[in-house]
Design a binder for this molecule. Structure first.
Ligand SMILES: Nc1nc2c(ncn2[C@@H]2O[C@H](COP(=O)(O)OP(=O)(O)O)[C@@H](O)[C@H]2O)c(=O)[nH]1
Ligand SMILES: [Mg+2]
Length: 266
């Protein structure tokens, strides 16, 4: 081998080693960075068919879910969120979105199966279909079930009409109300629907967002919906990491423990 060939080979070897080193260091750094992110758990609750899977996909993948299928048991997706973005306290967190399937009127055995997903919850997104009043009414039962306040000592479910606003006023788990299928509400019905959802959000002491899960523009960066969403996640993180509030977890720590025996579909 002549000198110039040797020189070329050595140069290539050096460049290759350098690239390998840089790439590996970057991957390792990225891996450690991701693993070290703090996380919060947010439940996504609502009747079957309201658009929970579509919503979660939009929130986590920033894409429309092309072909929603039945959610079996529970599916979890993760959104990366910048807490207090643009401030000196800015920090990145994982938001785990737990899409819990099922119907709220289910037998107690199914409910107890579902209860296993309700442990250590930091926030709840209540999803209803704006074209379906029943799905809005059922949110009272969903939230009470998740907050462990749905049964009397005899295990009888509190009916919608019996719910007590105080329960939500005292609740320290942040709630967000999301109305889907806004695109399917006719122009002339919109005021009525918005009045109805405003009452609901007042009842839950929660911010509300109404959108079309099949259109990402409803959550475009800088829009009022995106700001509300970001504020909600900031609140969840604040409660979890920056508030000394023992009552935050109280309703979950004394929950009965259930064995997870079977999965179900919604
Ligand atoms: N037009 C419209 N369709 C929606 C919207 N959200 C969900 N869908 C559709 O409603 C159906 C049920 O949605 P899915 O996400 O599976 O509901 P889930 O059972 O609550 O998870 C699917 O066909 C979705 O494409 C929406 O905002 N607008
Ligand atoms: Mg689903």
């Amino acid at each position: 081998m002549c000198n110039s060939e040797h020189y070329t080979l050595t140069t290539y070897a050096c460049i290759f080693s350098y690239l390998y080193f840089v790439l590996n260091t970057d991957i390792e750094y990225f891996r450690k960075e991701m693993a070290s992110l703090d996380r919060v758990k947010v439940l996504v609750l609502g009747d079957s068919g309201v658009g929970k899977s579509s919503l979660v996909h939009l929130l986590c993948q920033n894409q429309v879910l092309g072909n929603p299928s039945w959610t079996v048991g529970c599916s979890v997706d993760v959104r990366v969120h910048d807490y207090r973005e643009g401030t000196p306290e800015e920090k990145t967190y994982y938001i785990e979105l737990w899409d819990v399937g099922g119907s709220v009127g289910n037998a107690s055995s199914v409910k107890s199966t579902r209860a296993v997903f309700y442990n250590s919850v930091n926030g709840i997104i209540l999803v209803h279909d704006l074209t379906n009043k029943k799905s809005s009414q059922n949110l009272y039962r969903w939230s009470l079930e998740a907050l462990s306040k749905d049964s009397s000592p005899t295990g009888i479910i509190v009916s919608n009409g019996d719910y007590d606003r105080e329960q939500f006023a005292e609740n320290s788990i942040p709630l967000l109300l999301i109305g889907t299928k806004f695109d399917q509400i006719q122009e002339k019905q919109r005021n009525d629907v918005l009045t109805r959802t405003a009452f609901l959000s007042e009842d839950f002491n929660a911010e509300e967002i109404n959108l079309d899960c099949t259109n990402p523009r409803y959550l475009a960066a800088g829009s009022s919906n995106a700001v509300k969403l970001s504020r909600f996640f900031d609140k969840v993180i604040e409660k979890r990491y920056f508030t000394r509030d023992p009552s935050q977890m109280q309703s979950f720590t004394d929950r009965r423990r259930f064995n997870f025996k079977s999965v179900h579909s919604d």
